[in-house]
Design a protein around this ligand. Structure first.
Ligand SMILES: Nc1ncnc2c1ncn2[C@@H]1O[C@H](COP(=O)(O)OP(=O)(O)OP(=O)(O)O)[C@@H](O)[C@H]1O
Ligand SMILES: [Mg+2]
Length: 241
């Protein structure tokens, strides 16, 4: 895959005081007794595309639910100056209404005029390369188009922190690449300054990020370049074989 935007091996780690998202020793245990986050501390170094990799059950999805305020930590603090929006692995769990326009309308901020609503819908559809499909029935879209529509739903709500939970897990390589490139483009757009946190099990996607971290046993490790983390994880997998 192409699209690497990394020159340095390690991500600059000295910007915590300016970070828009900081977690301080966050703990969370589900009512079933399963500990998901265990004194988890990390921050996002700045706008960009940041990826998190970790084995099943390491706490990644729970972390996103905490950042999105769907859950409250048992202890510790989350400081977030951004407006988060979650995008799930399966867009069918997210897209609720019959047409693209009606579904996006659900996420629009209130108080906008008809013309402003139409303008915003048109703009976000352009941003995800789906221009002109306002009236299409959602069930006629391909899986990749549905995932891009789910992304448009997050953007139209004015979110500037995209929490992408394995957004390409159900997509074929072409659709995977197009979602990656769109998110990468959004994160580089100086007019929008979107920050994206992207959970993945597909190591080849690390080529696209500005930094990547490994989540293990409810904790997020340090930010590394995607290439470095990929090499480390591949070496680890090789040793396990
Ligand atoms: N709704 C829930 N109720 C009870 N326990 C849960 C719930 N969701 C997650 N857990 C538990 O919390 C822990 C972390 O799960 P989580 O889904 O956050 O991991 P994950 O890293 O996203 O895994 P995966 O890669 O499989 O998606 C696991 O032990 C899991 O069983
Ligand atoms: Mg998960």
């Amino acid at each position: 895959m192409q699209g690497s935007n990394q020159d340095s091996k390690f991500v600059d780690f000295d910007k915590e005081e300016f970070s828009a998202l900081i977690l301080e020793k966050v703990c969370f245990t589900w009512p079933s007794g399963e500990k998901a986050l265990d004194h988890c501390s990390f921050f996002i170094p700045g706008p960009g595309l940041w990826m998190i990799v970790g084995s099943n059950g390491s706490g990644k999805s729970t972390l996103f639910r905490l950042i999105n305020k769907m859950l409250q930590p048992d202890s510790g603090k989350i400081h977030c100056r951004l407006k988060p929006s979650l995008v799930f692995q399966n867009p069918d769990h997210q897209l609720l209404l019959p047409t693209c326009r009606s579904d996006l309308s659900l996420s629009l901020p209130s108080g906008l005029s008809f013309n402003e609503r139409e303008k915003r819908i048109k703009k976000v559809l352009q941003q995800v390369d789906l221009q002109g499909i306002e009236t299409r029935q959602i069930h006629t879209l391909s899986g990749g188009q549905k995932q891009r529509l789910a992304l448009a739903g997050a953007l139209v709500s004015d979110a500037n922190l995209l929490l992408l939970d394995e957004p390409t897990a159900l997509l074929d390589p072409l659709s995977q690449k197009s979602v990656l490139q769109i998110v990468q483009r959004l994160c580089k757009d100086p007019k929008r300054l979107v920050t994206a946190l992207w959970i993945t099990h597909r190591l080849e996607e690390l080529k696209y990020c500005d930094g990547a971290a490994r989540m293990e046993n409810g904790k997020v490790g340090p930010w590394l370049s995607g290439d470095l983390l990929m090499q480390g994880l591949r070496a680890l997998a090789g040793r396990r074989v």
